[in-house]
Design a protein around this ligand. Structure first.
Ligand SMILES: NC(=O)c1ccc[n+]([C@@H]2O[C@H](COP(=O)([O-])OP(=O)(O)OC[C@H]3O[C@@H](n4cnc5c(N)ncnc54)[C@H](OP(=O)(O)O)[C@@H]3O)[C@@H](O)[C@H]2O)c1
Length: 246
């Protein structure tokens, strides 16, 4: 992927991995738009990254996904890259009773939104000289986590969708890429839960270098091992992780 001269929409790009990617794409000479629910976070991101464009939106809502597409292609007709990065992680026991709406929201943000945004943006992306859809999954797509069972399932689904979409768009100018983060030190799931993870800057630098080199599926550390592992290696890693966390 060429890092320069793009117009890129990064969902959830006001913090964590999305913000680190936004900073690097701007430095490489692309225009970047980020969206998220928290207006204060978007303002802070704008202060950190000169020229960053921002938009509030809640991607749990199908109508807000449509409104985001309409606004983005209206304001930025050269938009040629969609990075589906927004995500949430909820730690829960499946048997604990709670409102279905809380569980459905995690599925809506992590999986339904990237699927609908792909559908909404593909007609626009087809008209660009070069375009890409980049989905951010997780090493947990390959090793189901007992501590966050819905999260892991949404990421496995998004990995599957990404591979299928790549095949569907094979004969178009739209590349379909996947970033597969390991544990990265961000506020995902709540402050402090991922402070054992790798530094976000180190991760983002490595990802950008590999995207620039033309790779379509990029992991880092343990997620690189997992995306390439055999079934028996994945079973062993899943067993070890779930023994440690339960
Ligand atoms: N950190 C890790 O260890 C790790 C590992 C594997 C994969 N990932 C994935 O990496 C991606 C980025 O996560 P992160 O680690 O950078 O955590 P993060 O800092 O919490 O970033 C998540 C972003 O998504 C946005 N978001 C959440 N719900 C949204 C919604 N309904 N509508 C619009 N935006 C929404 C959040 O902004 P608002 O709250 O303001 O909406 C936030 O900016 C996620 O997909 C995550 O699953 C992270």
């Amino acid at each position: 992927m060429n890092l320069t001269g793009n117009t890129i929409l990064i969902t959830g790009g006001a913090s964590g991995i999305g913000l680190a990617l936004a900073q690097r794409f701007v430095q490489a000479g692309s225009t970047v738009i980020v969206c998220g629910r928290r207006a204060d976070k978007l303002r802070e991101a704008q202060q950190q990254v000169p020229g960053l464009q921002v938009r509030t939106c809640d991607l749990a809502s199908p109508a807000e996904r449509v409104a985001l597409r309409d606004w983005a292609v209206g304001q930025f007709p050269q938009l040629n890259v969609l990075i589906n990065n927004a995500g949430v992680q909820r730690r829960l026991q499946v048997a604990d009773p709670e409102d279905w709406a809380a569980r459905q929201q995690e599925i809506a943000i992590n999986f339904e939104a990237p699927v609908q945004l792909a559908e909404l943006f593909i007609p626009h992306l087809r008209q660009q000289p070069a375009a890409a859809i980049v989905n951010v999954t997780s090493g947990l797509a390959f090793t189901p986590p007992a501590f966050a069972p819905i999260y892991g399932a949404t990421k496995a689904a998004l990995h599957s969708f990404t591979v299928a979409l790549r095949h569907q768009l094979r004969n178009t100018r739209i590349e379909v890429l996947e970033i597969v983060p390991p544990a990265v030190n961000t506020d995902l799931g709540g402050a402090g839960l991922h402070n054992f993870g790798v530094p976000v800057a180190e991760f983002a630098d490595a990802v950008l270098a590999r995207l620039a080199a033309g790779e379509l599926e990029v992991g880092f550390g343990t997620s690189e091992e997992r995306r390439l592992a055999s079934r028996s290696e994945l079973d062993a890693a899943t067993e070890a992780m779930n023994a440690r966390f339960s």
